[in-house]
Design a protein around this ligand. Sequence first.
Ligand code: NAD
Length: 329
Amino acid sequence: MKIAFFEVQDWEEEFLEYFKKEFKDNFFFTKEKLNSFNADNFKDFEIVSVFIYSNLNKECLEKLSSLKFIATRSTGFDHIDTKECKRRKIYVSNVPSYGEKSVAEFTFALILSFYKKILEATSRTKEGDFSINGLMSRDLNEKTLGILGTGKIGTHVAKIAKAFGMKVLAYDIKKNLKGVKYVSLNELLSKSDIISLHLPLNERTKHIINKENISIIKRGALIVNTARGGLIETRALLEGIEKEIISGALLDVLEEEPLIREESQIIDKDFNKKELSSLLFNHILLNKKNIFITPHCAFYSKEAIKKIEETTLINIKRFLAKKPVNLIR
Ligand code: NAD
């Protein structure tokens, strides 16, 4: 069998060693994307592995006449015509999840940095100031955490919160998580000391925190958004800060971020980081002392990236053993 990897990043080359050894001359890798323009060069390859910038549409698949298996190194698969794959009996596997624990931990890293004044304390000692004036912190124990979205990430956030002795309120269309109290959105906003967002962005969730409900939020609450910027109406957030309804906002994502299909897109060169940083720098939010902004990096842990590689390796090995897993049907 011949195997080809496309859109290979520098940090993936080590992971490809296995395939180099196993497939020898039948192994190929490139930084290029796979699409209908170059597919003719790969017509004798049975396995391809791609990321989200390749375009495996009908025209491309027609040219890949030997293709039996696609291993996409992503969760999303809208760059692959899966109907055409089914018609052509081509199996497709993805990486169903990789970063939920990383994002949950990052959420608490943000909360703890803010509550415990870590940034302020460390920058002061670097300047030789060892006084503790103004560094009185706050405890999470007994505080109420309101989680919007108790899916993969929200579930881990709830687990961590409980370990800190926090009370957990939740809001979700599905009430799947045991041990948390599901309440209405307004009740969650009015009773939580910390509000953490873990919802997908769609027509129903866009601006779920907005001008109308910002005033319902418990006075002094902290807002944490590691999900999608569009969940919060930025103007309402600023208003909440200015009126001191909200004591702080910890944002790994911003409303102005261009459309991001999935997190690993951010580490790809094609993602326009310059555009994002100029937006960030122009942004009024950046200048507020009680707003922490991180560059959409909650998912980006060594372990999460390793999981993408490990899952892809398993996907390919299991296909070769005729027992495919993580199939997109
Ligand atoms: P998930 O699909 O597992 O969970 C989402 C939850 O939201 C589900 O429980 C669902 O029932 C609920 N939900 C959907 N629509 C709703 C609505 N209209 N009202 C109430 N609840 C609704 O998703 P996840 O993997 O936990 O990810 C959550 C968010 O985090 C996503 O927006 C994702 O893109 C984002 N994310 C961010 C990073 C990062 O690096 N910052 C990394 C991974 C994911």
